[in-house]
Ligand binder design. Structure first.
Ligand code: SF4
Length: 63
């Protein structure tokens, strides 16, 4: 019998906000602020629950 399910079954990427250098936890936010915006001349935004485990195309891994 062949095992069909693998860890890659989920489509979730590993480029999530939690591993991103632009995420800043703290203040009065629950999931943190995305600092990408202030690095690009815009106002930072709170990271919404729908995004925090998905990340975005601007992901940059924390060192
Ligand atoms: S929204 Fe994108 S840039 Fe901002 S912390 Fe998440 S992955 Fe990083």
């Amino acid at each position: 019998m062949k095992k069909q399910e693998t860890e890659k079954d989920t489509e979730q990427s590993d480029q999530i906000c939690w591993d991103c250098k632009y995420q800043q936890i703290g203040g009065n936010t629950f999931l943190g602020i995305c600092m990408w915006f202030s690095h690009h001349g815009k106002a930072d935004k709170e990271i919404p629950p729908s995004q925090v485990d998905i990340g975005c195309k601007y992901f940059s891994r924390k060192k």
